[in-house]
Design a binder for this molecule. Structure first.
Ligand SMILES: *Cc1c(COP(=O)(O)O)cnc(C)c1O
Length: 444
């Protein structure tokens, strides 16, 4: 095992122990890194999703009610806040950003994945003149475009949800669509993909190996397009658009975000693209008034390890003796995206870790109090407010940023990232397990 000099010994010991912890990012700065990517790139992604809305509503009738936009509700969760929150903060408000309910793909991956496939389809169609620059994007569903797309293979390596998003979108536009998964991926996800006309290729080994195999196959094909979860700017920018939509939702609810009304956002992190893109978008809008924290499983704290190790190069959780085995399959990633970690170095406030048992306790509490059903990965963020307000490190963060006296007017948003497509029997198992663990938790 290589030594990881750059991770402080006490932090390393805690990580190796799998003790849940809050790590604060000492490199947090106020300035956005100089682009690209920058705000103009987010504008472009936003505009793309806007001009493709008619196409989306045409391809997916369930989007008719949102006029083709893929968006989720921002939901106030007062009952959950009563159970889990801090009673001394009367006007603080907890919300969940309900990306578990995003249409079609049922997870946050709809944001990045659909954006990347739409960008690729537009680019091809413009190149082969089946679309005019300012033409109606519904032409991408026309006969000429479909004939063109059918010659191309879009592929991706995925633990499940990214495959669902890329696979379904690519197939809907008429691309050959291939998803590389590890054999351990949930069988209902494989079945669902196959039912949508997606070819599922199974690989032994972990997520990184499925990605590597998929990338190699795709690069050997001149008409192959590989969606690279570890390095994709197009995914990242699709996620970043979420920040603008959230800003409008907050404005509509009269929740200001400024020096006396801090915004805290807690987002589950796998390879980093989704939480990183969302954070990037939020920092571009709210600067130092938004405080973004990632949540990672104790077995897979890949972003924490990479940021804590500093610039010394990529570091995986295997390098510090962790096994990357967690039931949070959307977060089971050993090595964080380098593209994302380098952007997060100055933007991310910190990372906290969570045990699998705690994920089940949370998903049970959320179901009991709010009637919301989540998959384990999507429940990783719920310890966020507690870490901030009730731990020594959290309180140190609040002091350092002069936030203590504004916590009563804070907004806490827990990003719930997936679950609405999970079959009912699976949810019943999650809930049964959560009920047992929650009962133990209350006795402890
Ligand atoms: C993919 C995923 C995440 C994290 O996104 P990354 O881009 O991998 O960091 C979080 N929750 C769920 C449910 C996911 O599927």
């Amino acid at each position: 095992m290589p030594t990881v000099h750059a991770v402080a010994p006490d932090l390393l010991a805690k990580l190796q122990n799998r003790s849940p912890l809050l790590w604060l990012n000492a490199a947090l700065g106020n300035a956005l890194p100089e682009g690209p990517p920058g705000a103009a790139d987010i504008d472009e992604a936003d505009a793309r999703l806007e001009r493709c809305a008619g196409l989306m509503a045409h391809l997916f009738p369930e989007l008719q009610s949102s006029a083709g936009l893929i968006e989720s509700p921002l939901m106030r969760v007062e009952r959950l806040q009563q159970v889990m929150g801090n009673a001394t903060e009367p006007d603080a408000a907890w919300f969940i950003k309900s990306d578990h309910a995003l249409p079609i793909a049922g997870s946050v991956k709809a944001r990045g994945g659909f954006h990347e496939i739409l960008a690729f389809a537009e680019k091809l169609a413009l190149e082969y003149s089946v679309l005019a620059h300012d033409g109606d994007r519904r032409a991408l569903a026309g006969a000429a475009a479909r004939e063109l797309f059918a010659q191309y293979t879009v592929s991706v390596g995925s633990t499940g949800n990214l495959g669902m998003s890329i696979g379904v979108m690519a197939a809907a536009l008429g691309f050959r669509s291939v998803v590389h998964m590890s054999t351990e991926a949930k069988s209902w996800k494989k079945d669902r993909l196959r039912n949508c006309g997606v070819q599922v290729v199974e690989h032994t080994g972990d997520y990184a190996q499925a990605v590597a195999a998929g990338r190699a196959q795709s690069l050997a094909d001149p008409k192959g397009y590989f969606v690279d979860d570890e390095n994709s700017l197009m995914l990242f920018l699709g996620y970043a658009v979420a920040a603008r939509r959230l800003a409008s939702q907050l404005a509509a609810l009269n929740r200001p975000v400024d020096a006396t009304h801090p915004l805290f956002v807690y987002i589950p992190c796998g390879v980093g693209g989704a939480p990183g893109g969302i954070t990037f978008g939020l920092k571009a809008l709210f600067f130092e008034h938004v405080h973004c924290f990632f949540a990672e499983p104790v077995a897979s704290p890949c972003m924490l390890v990479q940021l804590a190790a500093g610039e010394s190069g990529p570091t995986s959780v295997y390098d510090i003796g962790l096994d990357n085995r967690t039931e949070a399959d959307g977060l089971a990633v050993g090595q964080a995206s380098h593209l994302v970690s380098s952007l997060m170095r100055s933007q991310l406030s910190g990372v906290f870790t969570v045990t699998d048992a705690q994920l089940y306790v949370h998903l049970h509490r959320v179901a009991q109090t709010e009637g919301v059903l989540l998959e384990p990965s999507a429940a990783a963020g719920f310890d966020g407010p507690g870490w901030l307000t009730r731990s020594d490190q959290g309180q140190a963060y609040l002091r350092q940023h002069g936030l203590e006296r504004h916590m009563a007017s804070a907004t806490h948003i827990v990003w719930t990232t997936g679950g609405s497509l999970v079959p009912r029997e699976e949810h019943e198992q999650f809930q049964a397990r959560g009920q047992v663990l929650a009962a133990q938790d209350e006795l402890a």
